[in-house]
Write a protein that binds this ligand. Structure first.
Ligand code: SF4
Ligand code: SF4
Length: 473
Protein backbone atom coordinates (compact mmCIF):
# COMPACT_ATOMS: atom_id res chain seq x y z
CA UNK A 1 0.00 0.00 0.00
CA UNK A 2 1.22 3.48 -0.81
CA UNK A 3 0.79 6.50 1.44
CA UNK A 4 -1.69 8.98 -0.02
CA UNK A 5 -3.17 11.63 2.22
CA UNK A 6 -6.06 12.30 -0.17
CA UNK A 7 -6.93 8.69 -0.90
CA UNK A 8 -10.43 7.35 -0.29
CA UNK A 9 -8.90 4.13 1.01
CA UNK A 10 -8.22 4.10 4.77
CA UNK A 11 -5.18 1.88 4.33
CA UNK A 12 -3.60 4.53 2.14
CA UNK A 13 -4.38 7.65 4.17
CA UNK A 14 -3.58 5.87 7.45
CA UNK A 15 -0.65 4.06 5.99
CA UNK A 16 0.99 1.34 8.09
CA UNK A 17 4.47 1.66 6.51
CA UNK A 18 4.42 5.44 6.88
CA UNK A 19 3.54 5.07 10.56
CA UNK A 20 6.39 2.62 11.12
CA UNK A 21 8.79 4.97 9.31
CA UNK A 22 7.58 7.86 11.48
CA UNK A 23 8.10 5.86 14.70
CA UNK A 24 11.64 5.10 13.59
CA UNK A 25 12.25 8.74 12.68
CA UNK A 26 11.05 9.88 16.12
CA UNK A 27 13.32 7.37 17.85
CA UNK A 28 16.34 8.54 15.85
CA UNK A 29 15.68 12.19 16.67
CA UNK A 30 14.66 12.02 20.32
CA UNK A 31 17.83 13.95 21.22
CA UNK A 32 18.17 15.99 18.06
CA UNK A 33 18.03 19.40 19.72
CA UNK A 34 18.36 21.39 16.50
CA UNK A 35 15.49 19.62 14.86
CA UNK A 36 13.27 19.80 17.95
CA UNK A 37 13.94 23.51 18.40
CA UNK A 38 13.18 24.13 14.75
CA UNK A 39 9.85 22.31 15.05
CA UNK A 40 8.95 24.25 18.19
CA UNK A 41 9.80 27.49 16.38
CA UNK A 42 7.54 26.52 13.49
CA UNK A 43 4.77 25.52 15.91
CA UNK A 44 4.73 29.05 17.36
CA UNK A 45 3.08 30.24 14.15
CA UNK A 46 0.13 28.07 15.15
CA UNK A 47 -0.36 26.75 11.64
CA UNK A 48 -0.06 23.18 12.84
CA UNK A 49 2.52 20.46 12.35
CA UNK A 50 2.78 17.36 10.22
CA UNK A 51 2.38 13.96 11.88
CA UNK A 52 6.12 13.47 11.52
CA UNK A 53 7.03 16.75 13.22
CA UNK A 54 4.50 16.21 15.98
CA UNK A 55 5.87 12.74 16.62
CA UNK A 56 9.41 14.07 16.97
CA UNK A 57 8.06 16.32 19.73
CA UNK A 58 6.32 13.39 21.39
CA UNK A 59 9.57 11.43 21.24
CA UNK A 60 11.72 14.29 22.60
CA UNK A 61 13.85 13.20 25.54
CA UNK A 62 15.43 16.57 26.28
CA UNK A 63 13.96 17.83 29.52
CA UNK A 64 14.27 21.57 28.91
CA UNK A 65 12.77 21.22 25.43
CA UNK A 66 9.88 19.22 26.82
CA UNK A 67 9.29 22.08 29.23
CA UNK A 68 9.27 24.53 26.31
CA UNK A 69 6.78 22.30 24.54
CA UNK A 70 4.39 22.27 27.50
CA UNK A 71 4.59 26.06 27.74
CA UNK A 72 3.87 26.42 24.05
CA UNK A 73 0.82 24.15 24.36
CA UNK A 74 -0.50 26.34 27.20
CA UNK A 75 0.10 29.48 25.18
CA UNK A 76 -1.65 28.13 22.08
CA UNK A 77 -4.58 26.97 24.13
CA UNK A 78 -5.06 30.48 25.53
CA UNK A 79 -4.44 32.15 22.20
CA UNK A 80 -7.10 30.13 20.38
CA UNK A 81 -9.74 29.44 22.97
CA UNK A 82 -9.16 31.88 25.80
CA UNK A 83 -9.89 30.50 29.23
CA UNK A 84 -13.34 29.09 28.62
CA UNK A 85 -14.07 25.40 29.10
CA UNK A 86 -17.21 24.05 27.45
CA UNK A 87 -19.29 21.56 29.43
CA UNK A 88 -21.36 18.66 28.18
CA UNK A 89 -22.84 15.36 29.35
CA UNK A 90 -23.19 11.98 27.65
CA UNK A 91 -26.68 10.51 27.27
CA UNK A 92 -26.84 6.75 26.78
CA UNK A 93 -29.91 5.66 24.82
CA UNK A 94 -29.38 1.93 24.53
CA UNK A 95 -26.83 -0.71 25.47
CA UNK A 96 -28.02 -3.25 22.90
CA UNK A 97 -25.06 -4.02 20.71
CA UNK A 98 -24.20 -6.64 18.11
CA UNK A 99 -20.46 -5.96 18.16
CA UNK A 100 -17.82 -7.86 20.03
CA UNK A 101 -15.42 -5.10 21.16
CA UNK A 102 -13.28 -6.83 23.77
CA UNK A 103 -12.77 -3.70 25.90
CA UNK A 104 -16.46 -2.76 26.29
CA UNK A 105 -18.95 -4.42 28.66
CA UNK A 106 -21.80 -3.86 26.19
CA UNK A 107 -20.29 -6.37 23.76
CA UNK A 108 -22.84 -8.84 22.41
CA UNK A 109 -21.50 -11.88 24.25
CA UNK A 110 -21.80 -10.31 27.71
CA UNK A 111 -24.89 -12.07 29.07
CA UNK A 112 -24.38 -10.78 32.61
CA UNK A 113 -25.83 -7.32 32.02
CA UNK A 114 -29.47 -6.44 31.53
CA UNK A 115 -30.07 -4.81 28.15
CA UNK A 116 -32.01 -1.60 28.12
CA UNK A 117 -33.22 0.85 25.53
CA UNK A 118 -34.91 4.09 26.55
CA UNK A 119 -38.42 4.78 25.31
CA UNK A 120 -39.22 8.32 24.17
CA UNK A 121 -40.97 8.88 27.51
CA UNK A 122 -37.86 7.75 29.37
CA UNK A 123 -35.69 9.99 27.20
CA UNK A 124 -37.85 12.93 28.25
CA UNK A 125 -37.22 12.08 31.89
CA UNK A 126 -33.48 11.82 31.33
CA UNK A 127 -33.40 15.10 29.45
CA UNK A 128 -35.35 16.90 32.16
CA UNK A 129 -32.92 15.54 34.77
CA UNK A 130 -30.02 16.84 32.64
CA UNK A 131 -31.68 20.20 32.09
CA UNK A 132 -32.29 20.52 35.81
CA UNK A 133 -28.56 20.11 36.34
CA UNK A 134 -27.93 22.96 33.89
CA UNK A 135 -26.72 21.08 30.82
CA UNK A 136 -27.29 22.52 27.35
CA UNK A 137 -25.10 20.23 25.27
CA UNK A 138 -25.29 16.45 25.04
CA UNK A 139 -23.31 13.65 23.44
CA UNK A 140 -25.68 10.87 22.45
CA UNK A 141 -24.34 7.34 22.84
CA UNK A 142 -25.79 4.06 21.72
CA UNK A 143 -24.59 0.57 20.89
CA UNK A 144 -24.82 -0.73 17.32
CA UNK A 145 -27.89 -2.84 16.74
CA UNK A 146 -29.90 -2.43 13.53
CA UNK A 147 -32.95 -4.10 15.08
CA UNK A 148 -33.06 -2.47 18.50
CA UNK A 149 -31.40 0.86 17.70
CA UNK A 150 -32.10 1.55 14.01
CA UNK A 151 -31.35 5.01 12.63
CA UNK A 152 -35.06 5.89 12.87
CA UNK A 153 -34.88 5.40 16.64
CA UNK A 154 -31.84 7.66 16.90
CA UNK A 155 -33.50 10.35 14.75
CA UNK A 156 -36.72 10.22 16.73
CA UNK A 157 -34.76 10.46 19.97
CA UNK A 158 -32.87 13.54 18.77
CA UNK A 159 -36.16 15.24 17.85
CA UNK A 160 -37.54 14.36 21.28
CA UNK A 161 -34.49 15.83 23.00
CA UNK A 162 -34.69 19.12 21.13
CA UNK A 163 -38.44 19.39 21.81
CA UNK A 164 -38.19 19.39 25.60
CA UNK A 165 -38.17 22.75 27.38
CA UNK A 166 -38.46 22.32 31.11
CA UNK A 167 -38.48 25.52 33.20
CA UNK A 168 -35.58 27.50 31.68
CA UNK A 169 -33.98 24.30 30.42
CA UNK A 170 -33.02 23.60 26.83
CA UNK A 171 -30.77 21.15 25.10
CA UNK A 172 -29.31 23.32 22.38
CA UNK A 173 -26.78 21.03 20.80
CA UNK A 174 -26.89 17.25 20.43
CA UNK A 175 -23.63 15.67 19.34
CA UNK A 176 -23.93 12.08 18.24
CA UNK A 177 -21.63 9.15 18.85
CA UNK A 178 -23.10 6.20 16.99
CA UNK A 179 -21.58 3.42 14.93
CA UNK A 180 -20.17 4.02 11.46
CA UNK A 181 -23.03 4.21 8.99
CA UNK A 182 -24.00 5.11 5.42
CA UNK A 183 -23.85 8.50 3.67
CA UNK A 184 -27.64 8.41 3.54
CA UNK A 185 -27.91 7.99 7.31
CA UNK A 186 -25.39 10.75 7.92
CA UNK A 187 -27.54 12.99 5.74
CA UNK A 188 -30.55 12.14 7.92
CA UNK A 189 -28.59 12.99 11.07
CA UNK A 190 -27.62 16.31 9.54
CA UNK A 191 -31.27 17.02 8.72
CA UNK A 192 -32.39 16.61 12.34
CA UNK A 193 -29.77 19.13 13.39
CA UNK A 194 -26.96 17.28 15.08
CA UNK A 195 -23.87 19.18 16.17
CA UNK A 196 -20.74 17.08 15.81
CA UNK A 197 -20.66 13.47 14.63
CA UNK A 198 -18.20 11.68 16.90
CA UNK A 199 -16.64 8.31 16.26
CA UNK A 200 -13.63 6.92 18.04
CA UNK A 201 -11.23 4.86 16.04
CA UNK A 202 -10.14 2.90 19.16
CA UNK A 203 -6.89 1.98 17.37
CA UNK A 204 -5.53 2.77 13.91
CA UNK A 205 -3.49 -0.41 13.70
CA UNK A 206 -5.53 -2.60 11.34
CA UNK A 207 -4.30 -5.92 12.65
CA UNK A 208 -4.92 -4.96 16.28
CA UNK A 209 -8.20 -3.32 15.36
CA UNK A 210 -9.46 -6.58 13.88
CA UNK A 211 -8.33 -8.54 16.92
CA UNK A 212 -10.04 -6.12 19.33
CA UNK A 213 -13.24 -6.21 17.25
CA UNK A 214 -13.54 -9.89 16.44
CA UNK A 215 -17.23 -9.95 15.53
CA UNK A 216 -19.99 -7.69 14.25
CA UNK A 217 -20.00 -4.94 11.62
CA UNK A 218 -17.39 -2.96 13.54
CA UNK A 219 -14.86 -5.62 12.59
CA UNK A 220 -14.56 -3.97 9.16
CA UNK A 221 -11.55 -1.66 9.58
CA UNK A 222 -11.98 0.25 6.35
CA UNK A 223 -15.71 0.84 6.81
CA UNK A 224 -15.06 2.20 10.30
CA UNK A 225 -12.01 4.29 9.40
CA UNK A 226 -13.66 5.82 6.34
CA UNK A 227 -16.78 6.80 8.33
CA UNK A 228 -15.71 10.44 8.69
CA UNK A 229 -15.38 10.71 4.92
CA UNK A 230 -18.93 9.42 4.49
CA UNK A 231 -20.15 11.81 7.21
CA UNK A 232 -18.59 14.69 5.29
CA UNK A 233 -20.15 13.46 2.05
CA UNK A 234 -23.49 13.31 3.88
CA UNK A 235 -23.13 16.99 4.76
CA UNK A 236 -21.83 16.73 8.34
CA UNK A 237 -18.89 19.11 8.38
CA UNK A 238 -18.14 18.94 12.11
CA UNK A 239 -16.67 15.54 12.91
CA UNK A 240 -14.94 14.42 16.11
CA UNK A 241 -12.10 11.87 16.15
CA UNK A 242 -10.38 10.02 18.98
CA UNK A 243 -8.58 6.84 19.94
CA UNK A 244 -8.91 4.80 23.09
CA UNK A 245 -5.44 5.27 24.53
CA UNK A 246 -4.12 2.25 26.33
CA UNK A 247 -5.67 -0.31 24.02
CA UNK A 248 -2.71 -0.45 21.70
CA UNK A 249 0.65 1.20 21.15
CA UNK A 250 0.09 4.89 21.87
CA UNK A 251 2.80 5.99 19.44
CA UNK A 252 1.11 4.23 16.56
CA UNK A 253 -2.28 5.68 17.49
CA UNK A 254 -0.96 9.19 18.02
CA UNK A 255 0.49 9.21 14.51
CA UNK A 256 -2.64 7.57 13.05
CA UNK A 257 -4.84 10.20 14.68
CA UNK A 258 -2.84 13.06 13.17
CA UNK A 259 -2.77 11.36 9.77
CA UNK A 260 -6.54 11.13 9.97
CA UNK A 261 -6.73 14.87 10.70
CA UNK A 262 -4.39 15.59 7.77
CA UNK A 263 -6.51 13.43 5.50
CA UNK A 264 -9.77 15.22 6.39
CA UNK A 265 -8.09 18.57 5.90
CA UNK A 266 -6.60 17.50 2.55
CA UNK A 267 -9.74 15.90 1.18
CA UNK A 268 -12.47 18.16 2.58
CA UNK A 269 -10.61 21.32 3.52
CA UNK A 270 -11.61 20.94 7.15
CA UNK A 271 -9.89 18.92 9.85
CA UNK A 272 -11.66 17.34 12.83
CA UNK A 273 -13.80 19.72 14.87
CA UNK A 274 -12.75 17.91 18.01
CA UNK A 275 -10.30 15.26 19.15
CA UNK A 276 -11.08 13.20 22.24
CA UNK A 277 -8.44 11.56 24.36
CA UNK A 278 -10.09 8.76 26.33
CA UNK A 279 -7.96 6.25 28.21
CA UNK A 280 -9.19 2.75 28.92
CA UNK A 281 -11.00 2.33 32.28
CA UNK A 282 -12.25 -0.66 34.29
CA UNK A 283 -15.85 -1.81 33.78
CA UNK A 284 -18.02 -4.87 34.32
CA UNK A 285 -16.26 -7.74 32.59
CA UNK A 286 -13.30 -5.51 31.64
CA UNK A 287 -9.95 -5.24 33.41
CA UNK A 288 -7.57 -2.66 31.95
CA UNK A 289 -4.69 -4.87 33.09
CA UNK A 290 -5.69 -7.22 30.29
CA UNK A 291 -4.31 -4.55 27.99
CA UNK A 292 -0.63 -4.15 28.61
CA UNK A 293 -0.32 -0.87 26.73
CA UNK A 294 -1.65 1.42 29.43
CA UNK A 295 -0.03 4.84 29.49
CA UNK A 296 0.98 6.77 32.56
CA UNK A 297 -0.08 10.31 33.45
CA UNK A 298 3.12 11.91 32.18
CA UNK A 299 2.85 10.39 28.74
CA UNK A 300 -0.83 11.21 28.69
CA UNK A 301 -0.08 14.89 29.43
CA UNK A 302 2.56 14.93 26.70
CA UNK A 303 0.10 13.45 24.19
CA UNK A 304 -2.41 16.20 25.01
CA UNK A 305 0.25 18.91 24.65
CA UNK A 306 1.54 17.52 21.34
CA UNK A 307 -1.96 17.25 19.85
CA UNK A 308 -2.64 20.83 20.96
CA UNK A 309 0.49 22.00 19.16
CA UNK A 310 -0.05 19.86 16.05
CA UNK A 311 -3.70 20.87 15.45
CA UNK A 312 -4.17 24.14 17.32
CA UNK A 313 -7.54 24.75 15.62
CA UNK A 314 -9.16 21.57 16.94
CA UNK A 315 -11.18 21.41 20.14
CA UNK A 316 -9.98 18.78 22.61
CA UNK A 317 -12.26 16.78 24.87
CA UNK A 318 -11.67 14.91 28.08
CA UNK A 319 -14.34 12.95 29.90
CA UNK A 320 -15.01 11.88 33.47
CA UNK A 321 -12.99 8.74 32.75
CA UNK A 322 -10.12 10.84 34.08
CA UNK A 323 -9.65 11.88 37.69
CA UNK A 324 -9.90 15.44 38.99
CA UNK A 325 -6.10 15.53 39.29
CA UNK A 326 -5.44 14.45 35.71
CA UNK A 327 -8.15 16.71 34.36
CA UNK A 328 -6.66 19.65 36.21
CA UNK A 329 -3.25 18.97 34.69
CA UNK A 330 -4.37 18.61 31.08
CA UNK A 331 -6.94 21.42 31.13
CA UNK A 332 -4.28 24.03 30.73
CA UNK A 333 -2.33 22.00 28.18
CA UNK A 334 -5.00 22.08 25.57
CA UNK A 335 -8.36 20.67 26.62
CA UNK A 336 -11.27 22.89 25.61
CA UNK A 337 -14.28 20.72 26.52
CA UNK A 338 -15.05 18.45 29.45
CA UNK A 339 -18.01 16.41 30.60
CA UNK A 340 -19.45 16.91 34.05
CA UNK A 341 -21.90 15.13 36.34
CA UNK A 342 -21.88 12.27 33.83
CA UNK A 343 -23.54 8.87 33.98
CA UNK A 344 -22.36 6.23 31.57
CA UNK A 345 -25.33 3.89 31.89
CA UNK A 346 -28.69 3.76 30.13
CA UNK A 347 -31.16 5.71 32.27
CA UNK A 348 -28.52 6.95 34.70
CA UNK A 349 -29.82 10.47 35.32
CA UNK A 350 -33.48 10.15 36.26
CA UNK A 351 -33.90 8.70 39.75
CA UNK A 352 -36.79 6.42 38.74
CA UNK A 353 -34.82 4.93 35.87
CA UNK A 354 -31.63 4.17 37.71
CA UNK A 355 -32.47 0.55 38.64
CA UNK A 356 -31.53 -2.32 36.34
CA UNK A 357 -29.94 -0.17 33.72
CA UNK A 358 -27.26 -2.57 32.59
CA UNK A 359 -24.42 -0.92 34.46
CA UNK A 360 -21.95 1.68 33.36
CA UNK A 361 -20.01 1.43 30.12
CA UNK A 362 -16.92 2.24 32.15
CA UNK A 363 -16.11 3.33 35.71
CA UNK A 364 -15.87 7.04 36.28
CA UNK A 365 -12.83 8.55 37.94
CA UNK A 366 -14.48 11.94 38.40
CA UNK A 367 -17.85 11.53 40.09
CA UNK A 368 -18.40 15.12 41.20
CA UNK A 369 -21.68 16.89 40.50
CA UNK A 370 -21.90 19.41 37.69
CA UNK A 371 -22.12 22.22 40.25
CA UNK A 372 -18.93 21.04 41.93
CA UNK A 373 -17.17 20.94 38.59
CA UNK A 374 -18.40 24.40 37.64
CA UNK A 375 -17.14 25.83 40.92
CA UNK A 376 -13.84 23.99 40.57
CA UNK A 377 -13.30 25.47 37.09
CA UNK A 378 -14.13 28.92 38.42
CA UNK A 379 -11.65 28.49 41.28
CA UNK A 380 -8.89 27.87 38.70
CA UNK A 381 -9.86 30.93 36.65
CA UNK A 382 -11.49 29.02 33.78
CA UNK A 383 -14.89 30.24 32.60
CA UNK A 384 -17.28 27.26 32.58
CA UNK A 385 -19.26 27.62 29.36
CA UNK A 386 -22.56 26.13 28.24
CA UNK A 387 -22.24 27.82 24.87
CA UNK A 388 -23.70 26.24 21.74
CA UNK A 389 -23.63 29.37 19.58
CA UNK A 390 -21.48 28.38 16.61
CA UNK A 391 -23.51 25.68 15.02
CA UNK A 392 -26.74 27.53 15.68
CA UNK A 393 -25.28 30.57 13.93
CA UNK A 394 -24.14 28.46 10.98
CA UNK A 395 -20.50 28.60 12.02
CA UNK A 396 -19.62 25.01 11.17
CA UNK A 397 -17.02 23.24 9.04
CA UNK A 398 -14.68 25.54 7.12
CA UNK A 399 -16.52 28.73 8.25
CA UNK A 400 -15.76 27.75 11.83
CA UNK A 401 -12.20 26.69 11.04
CA UNK A 402 -11.36 29.91 9.26
CA UNK A 403 -12.41 31.89 12.36
CA UNK A 404 -10.32 29.66 14.60
CA UNK A 405 -7.33 29.77 12.28
CA UNK A 406 -7.47 33.55 12.21
CA UNK A 407 -7.42 33.44 16.02
CA UNK A 408 -10.81 35.16 16.19
CA UNK A 409 -12.90 32.52 17.89
CA UNK A 410 -11.75 33.52 21.38
CA UNK A 411 -13.43 36.94 20.92
CA UNK A 412 -16.71 35.14 20.42
CA UNK A 413 -16.20 32.34 22.93
CA UNK A 414 -15.55 34.58 25.93
CA UNK A 415 -18.77 36.68 25.86
CA UNK A 416 -20.78 33.55 25.08
CA UNK A 417 -19.12 31.73 27.95
CA UNK A 418 -19.94 34.55 30.36
CA UNK A 419 -23.55 34.73 29.22
CA UNK A 420 -24.18 31.00 29.47
CA UNK A 421 -22.42 30.90 32.82
CA UNK A 422 -24.68 33.74 33.94
CA UNK A 423 -27.72 31.67 32.92
CA UNK A 424 -26.36 28.75 34.91
CA UNK A 425 -25.73 30.94 37.96
CA UNK A 426 -29.29 32.32 37.84
CA UNK A 427 -31.04 28.99 37.26
CA UNK A 428 -29.06 26.11 38.76
CA UNK A 429 -26.02 27.09 40.84
CA UNK A 430 -25.53 26.59 44.56
CA UNK A 431 -25.03 29.77 46.61
CA UNK A 432 -21.27 29.36 46.71
CA UNK A 433 -20.93 28.72 42.98
CA UNK A 434 -23.19 31.70 42.28
CA UNK A 435 -21.05 33.97 44.40
CA UNK A 436 -17.79 32.71 42.89
CA UNK A 437 -19.18 32.85 39.36
CA UNK A 438 -20.42 36.41 39.69
CA UNK A 439 -16.99 37.51 40.86
CA UNK A 440 -15.30 35.73 37.95
CA UNK A 441 -17.63 37.33 35.41
CA UNK A 442 -16.95 40.79 36.81
CA UNK A 443 -13.24 40.09 36.59
CA UNK A 444 -13.47 38.79 33.02
CA UNK A 445 -15.64 41.48 31.41
CA UNK A 446 -12.76 43.99 31.10
CA UNK A 447 -10.72 41.34 29.25
CA UNK A 448 -13.11 41.45 26.26
CA UNK A 449 -10.94 43.31 23.77
CA UNK A 450 -13.57 44.79 21.48
CA UNK A 451 -15.13 47.74 23.24
CA UNK A 452 -18.53 47.49 21.52
CA UNK A 453 -18.84 43.81 22.35
CA UNK A 454 -17.66 44.47 25.89
CA UNK A 455 -20.37 47.05 26.51
CA UNK A 456 -23.01 44.96 24.81
CA UNK A 457 -22.04 41.97 26.94
CA UNK A 458 -22.57 44.03 30.10
CA UNK A 459 -26.09 44.80 28.88
CA UNK A 460 -26.81 41.19 27.90
CA UNK A 461 -25.66 39.93 31.29
CA UNK A 462 -28.15 42.31 32.90
CA UNK A 463 -30.87 41.08 30.53
CA UNK A 464 -30.15 37.51 31.63
CA UNK A 465 -30.45 38.49 35.28
CA UNK A 466 -33.83 40.00 34.38
CA UNK A 467 -34.96 36.66 32.94
CA UNK A 468 -33.96 36.74 29.27
CA UNK A 469 -32.40 33.50 28.00
CA UNK A 470 -30.39 32.15 25.08
CA UNK A 471 -28.61 35.34 24.05
CA UNK A 472 -25.67 34.47 21.83
CA UNK A 473 -23.27 36.02 19.40
FE1 SF4 B 1 -20.91 -1.89 21.16
FE2 SF4 B 1 -19.69 0.47 21.16
FE3 SF4 B 1 -19.36 -1.20 23.20
FE4 SF4 B 1 -18.30 -1.78 20.85
S1 SF4 B 1 -17.75 -0.02 22.12
S2 SF4 B 1 -19.43 -3.21 22.19
S3 SF4 B 1 -19.81 -0.95 19.45
S4 SF4 B 1 -21.26 -0.22 22.61
FE1 SF4 C 1 -17.81 26.72 21.02
FE2 SF4 C 1 -18.43 28.59 19.23
FE3 SF4 C 1 -19.39 28.77 21.68
FE4 SF4 C 1 -16.82 29.21 21.24
S1 SF4 C 1 -18.52 30.45 20.50
S2 SF4 C 1 -17.68 27.95 22.87
S3 SF4 C 1 -16.38 27.72 19.61
S4 SF4 C 1 -19.86 27.13 20.22
Amino acid sequence: MKYDVKSENAEEFINHEEILRTIEFGKENAHNRDMIEEILEKAKDAKGLTHKEAFVLLSCEEEDLNEKMFNLAKELKLRFYGNRIVLFAPLYLSNYCVNGCVYCPYHAKNKQIPRKKLTQEEIKKEVIALQDMGHKRLALETGEDPINNPIEYVLESIKTIYSIHHKNGDIRRVNVNIAATTIENYRKLKEVGIGTYILFQETYNKKDYERLHPTGPKHDYRYHTEAMDRAQLGGIDDVGCGVLFGLENYKYDFIGLLMHAEHLEARFGVGPHTISVPRIRPADDIDPNDFDNSINDDIFAKIVACIRIAVPYTGMIISTRESKKTRQRVLELGISQISGGSKTSVGGYDEDLEEDNGGEQFDLADTRTLDEIVDWLISMGHIPSFCTACYRKGRTGDRFMSLVKKGEIGNICSPNAMMTLQEYLCDYASDKTREDGEKLIQKMIPTIKNETIREKTRGWLEDIKQGKRDIRI
